[in-house]
Design a protein around this ligand. Structure first.
Ligand SMILES: Cc1cc2nc3c(=O)[nH]c(=O)nc-3n(C[C@H](O)[C@H](O)[C@H](O)COP(=O)(O)OP(=O)(O)OC[C@H]3O[C@@H](n4cnc5c(N)ncnc54)[C@H](O)[C@@H]3O)c2cc1C
Length: 389
């Protein structure tokens, strides 16, 4: 890896190895994926956690106990460790499997509900997440508030028995197919601190007063949306956690959102296909380029495993997660350039598997360093740790 100021970050995570049981689990997941592939259950794709929406695949994973893995059995989950989940997730991403339908719910809505949800909210949503039945959407960004998230203007006004919500959310991944929108809204005044007076609401979809309109990707796919909320009534028991503590809660949620293998494996299926095509015939230059990518991937994986361990210990490794995302998403983009150079092919939606994966990766890659927080914002978070410890 090139020298970077990130080398100066005092990261508070220890290098970890995956537990022994993880290899048996990995073997099991690979067997399942091989079966699915040979039965034509899915076509490997890049960025499958964004574009590979397939509810039946999510249900099949749920049946095998591979969703809601870290949710306790008493809450309808499987009581396994974040490291075991890590193994399942990295195998699914490496195979380019269609995991988008359950991705947000499994990655961050489940943990958020576990941390802040009422007993009734846990009963209502956690078993469904573990079965792969519930698709969730993140309602954080707004037309004038992305990086500056504390500037959101969607407001929830207190009424008898609940809240009336009015405002607009944008870039909301999968909202048109989701069952639940977890929205960050303003419930109180900022009182000099813009981070106060924010709350999270669980808004079941579809719902009266919620209009969801598509914003198409460069590929033409319908992935994300703009949402308009017009005096939408949500009951009091739809508040997640505490009224006014939404900022603290989303910071914890973002640590889950930023640190997983999806932040460095989105384009791995492209590298796998390149290696398959080279089939041992790589020249020195190609071997060195591929070797460089693999070395970087391995280092990032170690870091990401360390963050998963921190989650297992109940910590909120927000700065460490920012490091994984900043380095990982840049590597995902660099991988596309390297493959294009080494393979000497142009992207095409009708050529070989390599052509198609390349075309998909090129069109999706601008979003890698934006979604979940831009690189500039992540580096600001990291710099604050360097400066203030
Ligand atoms: C594929 C994809 C999926 C997404 N899915 C979701 C979703 O499901 N839910 C959701 O809520 N949001 C989602 N987003 C939105 C994403 O979180 C925002 O795009 C991101 O936070 C940036 O906000 P913005 O687009 O408003 O850009 P802006 O905040 O306007 O930033 C524009 C540019 O200015 C830079 N900049 C802004 N402020 C600063 C600063 N203080 N210092 C230095 N540079 C700065 C940024 O780094 C960026 O380069 C998604 C985005 C993408 C691309």
């Amino acid at each position: 890896m090139t020298a970077s100021p990130i080398a100066a970050v005092p990261l508070r995570i220890a290098a970890r190895r995956l537990p022994r049981e993880a290899s048996a689990l990995r073997h099991e997941v690979r067997g399942f994926l091989a079966e699915q592939l040979s039965a034509g259950g899915f076509q490997p794709r890049c960025d499958s956690w964004l574009g590979g929406w397939d509810r039946s695949f999510s249900l099949a994973l749920g049946c095998r106990g591979w969703l809601g893995m870290t949710i306790p059995t008493a809450d309808g989950g499987h009581g396994r460790t974040a490291l075991e989940r890590f193994v399942v997730v990295e195998e699914l991403l490496a195979a380019g499997a269609p995991v988008a339908a359950h991705w947000i719910a499994d990655r961050q809505t489940g943990p958020a509900l576990l941390r802040y949800g009422s007993p009734e909210q846990r009963r209502r949503y956690l078993p469904a997440i573990s079965r792969g039945e519930l698709a969730a959407a993140i309602g954080m960004s707004e037309p004038d508030a992305g990086s500056d998230l504390a500037g959101i203007r969607t407001r929830a006004r207190k009424v008898v028995g609940g809240w009336k919500v009015t405002g607009s959310k944008v870039w909301t991944s999968g909202a048109h197919d989701a069952d639940l929108l977890v929205a960050l809204v303003r419930t109180g005044d900022a009182d000099g601190d813009r981070h106060s007076g924010l709350s999270q609401l669980l808004i079941d979809l579809p719902r009266d007063g919620v209009t969801i309109r598509p914003i198409r990707l460069l590929t033409g796919e319908h992935h994300f949306n703009q949402i308009h909320l017009d005096e939408v009534f949500v009951p009091d028991d739809a508040i997640l956690g505490e009224v006014g503590r939404g900022w603290e809660q989303v910071v914890a949620e973002l640590a889950y959102e930023r640190s997983g293998p999806e932040r460095f494996l989105s384009t791995l299926p492209l590298l796998v296909e390149l290696v398959r095509q080279l089939d041992g015939s790589a020249n020195r230059q190609a071997a060195s380029a591929v070797g460089g990518l693999v070395a970087q991937l391995w280092s990032l994986r170690q870091l990401s495993v360390g963050v998963a361990c921190a989650h297992d210990q109940g910590k909120i490794p927000d700065v460490e997660a920012a490091v994984v995302k900043d380095l990982g998403t840049r590597l995902e983009q660099e991988l596309v350039d390297v493959v294009r150079l080494v393979a000497g092919v142009e992207p095409s939606s009708t050529g070989t598997v390599l052509h198609m994966l390349l075309a998909e990766a090129i069109l999706h890659s601008p979003g890698f360093t934006l979604r979940g927080g831009t690189s500039e914002i992540l580096r600001t978070i990291i710099a604050k740790r360097v400066l203030h410890g």
